[in-house]
Ligand binder design. Structure first.
Ligand SMILES: Cc1ncc(COP(=O)(O)O)c(C=O)c1O
Ligand SMILES: [Zn+2]
Length: 444
């Protein structure tokens, strides 16, 4: 059986242009990225056409040949058989811990939501429902290719350690869905993980992490800390001391940008069985940006080109600001070399009901801007009222138990509904489940 995956797959830094071959183990960051210059991000270069699912209900098997991971593992000498077996074994381990493995998630026109928003039968709102995925959000999709990378490197003897009991710990700076997903995958593989959380992280969040065995490290600001998030400082120190970056920011671990595309591949594949015109727009809520960058890249690989609307809240919109600067200084496309002129941390982040997308910096902004430029899309800044209304509407007309962060894309749709024709076909992704401690919306 052939061990050859797609030979054209490779990494290229969207800022400095450095290339990294796909078979390089532990290739998390651009080689030119360092503690003084973090403005680098490796992106996948890969022609995909045509996109075809094998029909398997596990997306990593169904779309395996398009995963950069598959090319990586083939380059390490793993056979097709061994690559499939590794995915299946890791998935079974996840299933034992999470109660579900990785399965293609529901995606369909939502008639009641479409009616409530005044769309005609020709148009409507398609909802991708991520709430019942592994660890309750799409974050696990990104992390699974990081985990597969680690497992393949370990199995082939190309990692820096050689046995499971000499594994360095995983590290992540987050206390939301990404941390829970990372800790869930870590537990499934019995891999130690350190989660760097704010000093005053709420007990219900840390309890969730403790329930899957994470080591929690609270991060007060230290007297000699540089500006910026102390959790990120402690995370980077841990990585400098040998921990493995295991988060959902392409700047820290580019392999998250691989598996995140499954969400878009699934949508594109599913639309092949829907008659009528293609999708016109997709609304994706943006925190660090990996979700929107990957979801849109996945859709576009399937030949669809809906306008991407990247949605942020009024009190934290660094991506919308970056888009303005990029379009005024040479265009939204390929703005990576203009990082310092376009993207910097939002100065005064205001709280929001959609508290999962309040990253002060959109780390994966280049990929999101490229997708908006290529599709004729644009950023949307939703007011807090739109955020509140979208959460209420989702709970009123759907039976999906989605969180306020998960309905933030819908808030973007509400914000520009007046600009959208009634026969357009639009997509929102309900990206995360409502946790038991999140109040339901008050009845409207
Ligand atoms: C439910 C949910 N949706 C969307 C996002 C945004 O993803 P990203 O940070 O990759 O932009 C997050 C991030 O935390 C999230 O928790
Ligand atoms: Zn670089």
């Amino acid at each position: 059986m052939s061990t050859l995956a797609q030979p054209q797959v490779g990494w290229k830094c969207a800022v400095c242009g450095e290339r990294v071959s796909i078979g390089t183990p532990l290739s998390w960051r651009c080689p030119n990225s360092n503690e003084h210059d973090t403005h680098h991000v490796l992106q996948i270069e890969q022609p995909i056409a045509p996109l075809r699912s094998t029909g398997d209900d596990n997306p990593y098997i169904a779309f395996r040949k398009y995963l950069a991971w598959d090319a990586f593992a083939a380059a390490l000498g793993m056979s097709d058989h061994a690559r499939i077996a590794l995915i299946r074994e890791a998935d079974a381990a996840v299933q034992r811990v999470a109660g579900t493995g990785f399965r293609v998630t529901p995606f369909a026109r939502h008639d009641a939501l479409s009616d409530a928003l005044g769309f005609t039968a020709a148009g409507g709102v398609w909802v991708k429902d991520e709430t019942r995925g592994v660890a309750g959000s799409h974050k696990s999709r990104h992390l699974f290719t990081e985990m597969l990378h680690l497992l393949a490197a370990e199995q082939t003897g190309t990692a820096l350690w050689s046995t499971p009991n000499t594994r360095p710990p995983l590290a992540i700076a987050s206390c939301g869905n990404a941390a829970f997903a990372a800790s869930t995958l870590a537990k499934a593989m019995s891999w130690p993980i350190e989660v760097f959380v704010p000093e005053n992280a709420a007990a219900e969040l840390t309890d969730l992490l403790l329930s899957v065995g994470a080591t929690i490290v609270r991060c007060p600001r230290l007297a000699n800390d540089a500006p910026g998030d102390p959790c990120v400082h402690r995370f980077r120190e841990a990585v400098a001391n040998g921990a493995i970056p295991f988060g959902v920011q392409g700047t820290e671990n580019a392999w998250c940008l691989d598996g995140g595309r499954t969400i878009g591949w699934e949508m594109a594949d599913s639309m092949e069985r829907v008659s009528g015109p293609p999708l016109d727009r997709v609304f994706m809520q943006v925190g660090g940006g990996a979700f929107a960058a990957c979801g849109s890249a996945g859709l576009y690989a399937g030949g669809l080109r809906p306008k991407l609307h990247a949605v942020q809240t009024q009190g934290c919109a660094p991506l919308a600001r970056a888009w303005q600067h990029a379009t005024a200084s040479g265009g939204g496309n390929n703005a990576g070399p203009r990082w310092s002129e376009c993207m910097w941390p939002w100065e005064n982040v205001e709280s929001s009901l959609a508290d999962g997308i309040l990253d002060d910096e959109t780390y994966d902004w280049i990929g999101v801007c490229n997708a908006m430029a290529e599709s004729g899309g644009s950023p949307v800044v939703a007011t807090e009222q739109h955020i509140v209304d979208a959460y209420a509407l989702a709970h009123k007309v759907t039976t999906i138990d989605v969180s306020p962060t998960g309905t933030a894309g819908l808030a973007g749709l509400l914000a520009i509904r007046g600009e959208i024709a009634n026969d357009e076909r639009v997509v929102v992704v309900f990206s995360g489940v409502r946790r038991h401690f999140m109040p339901l919306p008050t009845a409207q």
